[in-house]
Design a protein around this ligand. Structure first.
Ligand SMILES: *[C@@H]1O[C@H](CO)[C@@H](O)[C@H](O)[C@H]1NC(C)=O
Ligand SMILES: *[C@@H]1O[C@H](CO)[C@@H](O)[C@H](O)[C@H]1NC(C)=O
Ligand SMILES: *[C@@H]1O[C@H](CO)[C@@H](O)[C@H](O)[C@H]1NC(C)=O
Ligand SMILES: *[C@@H]1O[C@H](CO)[C@@H](O)[C@H](O)[C@H]1NC(C)=O
Ligand SMILES: *[C@@H]1O[C@H](CO)[C@@H](O)[C@H](O)[C@H]1NC(C)=O
Ligand SMILES: *[C@@H]1O[C@H](CO)[C@@H](O)[C@H](O)[C@H]1NC(C)=O
Ligand SMILES: *[C@@H]1O[C@H](CO)[C@@H](O)[C@H](O)[C@H]1NC(C)=O
Length: 821
């Protein structure tokens, strides 16, 4: 780091000040005003410094005194956010050795992480993906020095955004404060400064609607159950899995206050929800003349209105603005009231952010493509927000421009994006890793946007990623002509999978140049396990070129037969030779539905996604197993070993499934039995494998749900919600499975053995009987039997282990030898 550097930057800053007034305001400049205001809302430097210390004390308690944290101004960083890492002049064993300066506590934590990674070879990932590797960090007193006076790392773009509106349901639903605290630490270490903060909003809605004389009872049918809140918030469904108990509402609001308080201490800018028009049916009772329309069906099996077809208040109705304003104010006011009543400053909401999420049009195509109309609706949404908070900035997911691109042509897009003043809207280019919108929309017509990685659907467990895209495309986007990019972000539907993808993506918020992903992967491997192991590095080299180089444009959504079993009658259509090749890509699996749900034609046999050569990846697995003796005891290694073994076996099972179907079609009963038995055996084997690592247990998910409950009724409800989300997901009839069945499928021990296995066995039983009796395959009978089994299981309460069983390496090695040697 050098003084000279700052002087040059200051000079540039002065120059740009001179130029600014005559230049047309570009989007990064429009955002500057927002940033200045957000800076003024931030916690005092001393609070942020202690918050950063808190992160350190939870991560590496032995080294609390080794680091010194200081908040510095953006001006001293050349006008942007940055962190500085330098060695203390007189470092000692009991005093600070490393000094970290940063513009907020997030930069302090990021600087700490950067130092631990690049000087100490440490690694941080979610506990569920192996956790942290800090064994390589030297003891206090011998931390590596940072040479040449230190380093300065600037953020090339101000924001690092985090979350999808459904992550709250797929991943966070059963979290307590302890788990949230860990997550917020993780966010800070990864440099995330713009996270969604959606927890507990039902409690705010309850207050807003009850102020309008809607009863609590009437709201029972409006909110979704705990595991389905995301979709009720969006107006996709109502009542499903509900009603919410007052315990739940109160507990979630308290949790939200803790979450917000911590985010604020760390200098983050939380994104709060705002009103999109989604209202309870009872609003019609109070306001009979309000412009309320009923939305169409969203994924129910039979259009039964018990769960579907929610009500939308038209943004042109003055009531829209009144409710929108009330909701914003209620979030602020909640703080004010409690603040006056009791001095609980740090645990309430307050006037804490200017950034609000709203996705009105994600739900429904506007009734007309008239640009005057679209523009007036956009203006109304913004007005509702800005009446509650005059500095409000509207953060919108840009998914609609991809998903409903036939409606959102240039004039319509422009009408929406330009319906609010420049700088008052930020768009998320949600799927920029695969289908960037910025490129085809002239940078969202100048509207500031955030380059996002979508990556995961339904919280599925599958190894998948595009490292080359992550390491270069955000840079390409930012440096492109007239770029309006103001951040990078991660919008996965579910977290706690593929840690390599999330670590690289997070780094991109501090990278001014593209990263050599091959080199990076090598150092990743060393850091992840705490040492260099040749076999493992060779394995990661393969994975980088195969699993983590998915360039076919198909999203990361697991459709392997074990977890997403097809409803398919093999006598109705003949498997084509090409269909036996699992390699064949399936554009149908691309998410086509606005809620990121893939739709498949029941008549077609869905094909799992395979974008690499399985043989190469089997070789990577062999290398992993060979390295086992050098890495025993490493939890990061154990997680990766199991995940890779699971990946390999699951793809292998896909082939066996097709072999079984082909045998059926040849009326070859013997081979049908052989292949189907192998398929079923693989399910058992994978279950046993997953049981050896506590990150892959159904029991953990169910116990975390139950432990949030404070009475037996809630407990039963939470467990049903937890079981239903990962299996049937939504409604069914006796004969029709939910359209969303297996959307959130999970490779978890317990689920394989007790859910996926009986489903497959029953199916094969019917196939086999059809051949033996020379009768047709009774698809309907199988479905009926299977659906009834599923519904019983969803309502069940049997216990599943939360502790590991068996030795992961032994099991993985045995399975490798059994199937591939
Ligand atoms: C380091 O130690 C030297 C000699 O004791 C002292 O002069 C100097 O002020 C110290 N520097 C800092 C930053 O404490
Ligand atoms: C709610 O009820 C109260 C008391 O009956 C009444 O004063 C108020 O006007 C009502 N509010 C609305 C929005 O109907
Ligand atoms: C709709 O679903 C509800 C709840 O499952 C059920 O009670 C009702 O009979 C269904 N209505 C129709 C028309 O099927
Ligand atoms: C919130 O803070 C802003 C300053 O950032 C102020 O202008 C506004 O009036 C405050 N709103 C409320 C409701 O307190
Ligand atoms: C769009 O709507 C506005 C206002 O209702 C109307 O004046 C205008 O003619 C419409 N434009 C088109 C192209 O229909
Ligand atoms: C960038 O903006 C300038 C000025 O508006 C315009 O002339 C130019 O065509 C733009 N470049 C691209 C690639 O859109
Ligand atoms: C990834 O795949 C693309 C397209 O097949 C290929 O051009 C590229 O070289 C691959 N990258 C790696 C790292 O293997």
């Amino acid at each position: 780091m050098s003084r000279k550097y700052f002087q040059v930057q200051n000079l540039l800053l002065i120059l740009s000040f001179l130029v600014l007034p005559v230049a047309i305001q570009s989007s990064p400049e429009a955002i500057e005003t927002v940033l200045r205001r957000l800076d003024s809302k931030r916690a005092p430097a001393s609070a942020q410094q202690s918050a950063a210390k808190g992160v350190l004390s939870r991560l590496l308690p032995s080294h609390v005194r080794s680091f010194d944290f200081t908040i510095v101004s953006r001006d001293s960083c050349g006008g942007v956010s940055c962190f500085v890492i330098k060695s203390h002049e007189n470092s000692s064993r009991n005093g600070p050795e490393i000094i970290i300066e940063g513009t907020t506590a997030v930069e302090l934590a990021s600087g700490l992480h950067w130092y631990l990674k690049y000087w100490c070879g440490a690694h941080i990932s979610w506990d569920k993906t192996g956790g942290t590797q800090v064994a390589s960090v030297p003891v206090p007193g011998s931390l590596p020095r940072v040479k040449d006076g230190g380093v300065v790392i600037q953020r090339p773009i101000p924001w690092n955004y985090y979350q999808n509106v459904v992550t709250s349901s797929y991943s966070y639903v059963w979290w307590d404060w302890k788990r949230w605290e860990k997550e917020i630490d993780w966010m800070a270490l990864q440099g995330i400064n713009l996270p969604l903060a959606f927890t507990g909003q039902e409690s705010i809605w309850q207050k807003v609607f009850m102020d309008l004389n809607i009863t609590a009872k009437e709201l029972d049918n409006f909110f979704g159950g705990p595991a389905f809140l995301a979709w009720a918030r969006m107006g996709n469904l109502h009542g499903w899995g509900g009603p919410l108990s007052q315990n739940w509402l109160d507990q979630q609001l308290n949790l939200q206050k803790q979450i917000l308080a911590r985010m604020l201490e760390l200098g983050m800018t939380p994104v709060l929800p705002s009103f999109s028009g989604n209202v309870p049916a009872a609003l019609k009772r109070i306001y009979p003349s309000a412009q309320i329309s009923r939305l169409g069906d969203w994924n129910t099996v039979d259009g039964n209105k018990t769960w579907c077809c929610t009500y939308l208040l038209d943004p042109s109705d003055p009531l829209f603005i009144a409710i929108g304003e009330a909701f914003i104010l209620k979030q602020i006011e909640d703080y004010l009231l409690l603040h006056i009543l009791a001095d609980m400053l740090i645990t309430e909401y307050g006037n804490v952010t200017d950034i609000y999420n709203c996705d009105t049009f994600n739900e429904n195509i506007p009734p007309t493509d008239n640009v005057t109309y679209i523009s007036s609706v956009g203006a109304a949404v913004y007005k509702a927000m800005s009446k509650g908070n005059k500095h409000a900035v509207w953060l919108m997911q840009g998914w609609l421009f991809y998903d409903k691109s036939s409606f959102w042509k240039r004039p319509q897009m422009q009408a929406l994006l330009h319906s609010v003043p420049l700088g008052k809207m930020i768009v998320l280019d949600l799927f920029a890793d695969v289908k960037p919108i910025w490129k085809t929309s002239s940078q969202f017509y100048g509207t500031p946007y955030i380059w996002c990685l979508l990556h995961n659907f339904g919280g599925n467990i599958e190894m998948y990623g595009i490292l080359d895209s992550i390491s270069s495309r955000p840079i390409e986007a930012r440096t492109s002509e007239n770029s309006s990019m103001v951040g990078v972000g991660m919008c996965m539907e579910g977290i706690e999978q593929n840690p390599i993808v999330y670590e690289l993506m997070s780094e991109m918020s501090f990278r001014s140049e593209s990263v050599n992903a091959l080199e990076w992967t090598k150092t990743y491997s060393r850091r992840r396990y705490g040492k260099a192991v040749d076999e493992i590095e060779a394995a990661w080299n393969i994975l980088y070129q195969t699993i983590y180089n998915c360039t076919d444009g198909i999203a990361g959504h697991n459709h392997d037969f074990i977890v997403k079993f097809p409803q398919w009658d093999p006598s109705a259509s003949i498997l084509l030779d090409t269909e036996k090749q699992v390699e064949m890509q399936m554009p149908l699996l691309l998410p086509q539905n606005r809620r990121f749900l893939s739709q498949e034609k029941i008549s077609d046999l869905p094909k799992p996604h395979l974008w690499y050569s399985p043989e190469d990846v089997i070789e990577a697995l062999r290398l992993f197993i060979d390295a086992g003796s050098k890495l025993s005891g490493s939890l990061t290694y154990r997680y990766d070993l199991i995940d890779l073994t699971r990946q390999v076996l699951s793809k292998h099972a896909n082939q066996l499934f097709l072999d079984a179907l082909a045998a059926y079609q040849r009326q070859d009963a013997r081979n049908l039995d052989i292949h189907s038995q192998k398929f079923v055996q693989l399910i058992k084997d994978i279950d046993e494998l997953l049981a050896s690592d506590n990150n892959f247990l159904l029991g953990t998910w169910l116990e975390s749900a139950k432990s949030l409950a404070s009475n037996p009724t809630d407990r039963r409800q939470y467990e049903w919600n937890a079981r239903t989300q990962v299996t049937m997901w939504y409604d069914n009839t006796e004969l029709l499975q939910s359209k969303l069945h297996d959307y959130a499928n999970k490779f978890w021990s317990g689920l394989l053995k007790d859910y996926y296995l009986p489903r497959a066995s029953t199916y094969f039983y019917y196939l086999s009987r059809s051949l033996k009796e020379n009768a047709e395959f009774k698809l309907e009978e199988w479905e009926r039997e299977w659906i009834s089994y599923s519904n019983t299981w969803q309502a069940g309460t049997e216990l599943y282990p939360v502790k590991t069983q068996g030795e992961a390496l032994d099991i993985a090695r045995a399975l490798y030898n059994k199937y591939f040697n």
